[in-house]
Design a protein around this ligand. Structure first.
Ligand code: PMP
Length: 439
């Protein structure tokens, strides 16, 4: 047997190869549970059926199901091509990004911006912005917890858990109406301990597509004041609910008008189609400029220890789009086009289901807004859609409307009609279910 001997000043030790290999460091590591959304895409990709549809991923697709690079991104790319940005991050680029991002949140003529109150830092897209806030929360309120809407984007749980902030939920969605459970939401906000942290989706709630009305936001804001709660807004879909950036920021503006201090996590993954570039911004609105400077420096310090600084290419693309008036106008028009396509495909799906004579109520498809439709399909119906019709979505019945096109909407409606109208008889059947594929 191979033996390697090491001399030390005190002993002479020999290590056999078998001893060395038997010492394994990672025996106690088990595979992580699959991310629910990645799992859907994997199942979709493994299905060779030509009719397969992926309704799992919250990424915008055009009416041919193709991914989209916005023209504003192409224009910004052309502007920065050949510039000297590749070597290092320029402070002026990141401060431009933050300056312009803050306008999208607080409004371009916002007083709080001119008073220097938001502490803004660039972040690794929406996920990174949430994570940065969670770390900051833990550092300054170590005993605090966070309230998340029930349901919410699944990664919110992971983000706050990994920052060692316990999470709880508050009621939000009413499965009977497939709308907001406003009374329960208000009750839970009222019954939470005073001065609690709440994560709110200001528009295009993921996964339900259900947003409070403006009047309801005002009531929520009022109750937050009474209870001295802190709202952190996660704005991953600004523009996708109404097609207008300012309208989609209305909830945040209401809170700011009411004098709240808030946090806001912004993502440019969806509304600029820059998923892979990880561009975002975290802002924490402070009571004055001095506090803003202190908070910003602490956020930068936390980010520095976690990942240094964000990649510069996406940062430069977004800051170019936001700071060039022609390119920005083009972007605003393109956001409207994306939002309108989703709105009209919602109508098409509902119309198709109604024309098939479905006895069920499908109004929620058009009442809900943004990228997602919380269809009300049960986990068994979702399984049946995958098994019989090659249609994939998360088990909670969330449909990413971006995956629905003029070409597949009638196939989808037929499939949903089949599984919702004859589910009882089919679930226990072998793979050849009686609910036939539409021809
Ligand atoms: N928040 C919500 C509610 C989301 O749905 C998403 C994306 N699915 C994110 C944040 C984060 O997105 P990203 O990190 O890609 O910007």
């Amino acid at each position: 047997m191979y033996r390697k001997c090491m001399a030390s000043s005190l002993t002479r030790r020999c290590i056999s190869s078998s001893t060395r290999t038997s010492t394994t460091w990672w025996d106690h590591v088990n595979p992580a549970s699959k991310d629910p959304i990645t799992g859907v895409t994997e199942a979709f990709l493994a299905d060779p059926n030509p009719n397969r549809i992926n309704l799992g991923m919250g990424a915008y697709r055009d009416d041919e199901g193709k991914s989209v690079v916005l023209q504003c991104v192409r224009d910004a790319e052309a502007k920065i091509a050949g510039s000297e940005f590749l070597e290092s991050i320029s402070t002026s680029v990141s401060s431009k990004l933050v300056e312009e991002s803050l306008k999208l949140v607080y409004g371009k003529d916002s007083n709080v911006i001119s008073e220097g109150r938001p502490a803004g830092v660039e972040a690794l897209s929406g996920t990174g912005a949430c994570r940065l806030f969670a770390e900051f929360q833990k550092r300054y309120y170590p005993e605090s917890q966070i309230y998340l809407t029930n349901p919410t984007w699944s990664n919110h749980h992971n983000i706050w858990r990994d920052a060692h902030v316990p999470w709880r939920t508050f009621r939000y969605y009413n499965p009977n109406t497939r709308g907001l459970n406003f009374a329960a939401l208000m009750d839970d906000i009222k019954n939470a301990l005073d001065s609690s942290f709440f994560l709110l989706h200001p528009c295009a709630h993921n996964p339900t597509g259900v947003d409070p009305t403006e009047e309801q936001w005002r009531e929520i804001s009022y109750l937050f004041k009474v209870k001295n709660h802190f709202p952190i807004f996660d704005m991953a879909y600004q523009g996708f609910a109404s097609g207008h950036l300012d309208i989609d920021a209305k909830a945040i503006r209401i809170f700011v008008e009411d004098g709240h201090l808030i946090g806001c996590a912004q993502s440019f993954a969806k509304n600029m189609g820059l998923y892979g570039h990880r561009v975002g911004c975290l802002s924490v609105l402070c009571s004055d400029q001095k506090q803003g400077v202190a908070v910003k420096s602490q956020l930068q310090q936390i980010a520095r220890a976690m990942y240094g600084s964000p990649p510069v290419h996406g940062l430069l693309l977004v800051s170019t789009i936001l700071s060039n008036s022609d390119i920005k106008s083009l972007w605003l028009r393109e956001v409207k086009v994306m939002a309108s396509r989703i709105k009209s495909i919602r109508s098409a799906l509902r119309d198709n289901l109604e024309s098939l004579g479905s006895p069920l109520n499908w109004e929620h498809i058009t009442n809900q807004v943004g990228m997602f439709c919380f269809s009300g399909l049960t986990p068994d119906q979702v399984k049946l859609l995958a098994r019989e019709f090659h249609i994939y979505m998360t088990h909670d019945g969330r449909i990413s409307m971006a995956g629905v096109t003029s070409g597949n909407v009638s196939y989808l409606a037929n499939a949903i009609h089949q599984v919702t109208s004859c589910q009882q008889e089919t679930l226990n059947l072998s793979p050849k279910a009686e609910c036939k594929r539409p021809t």
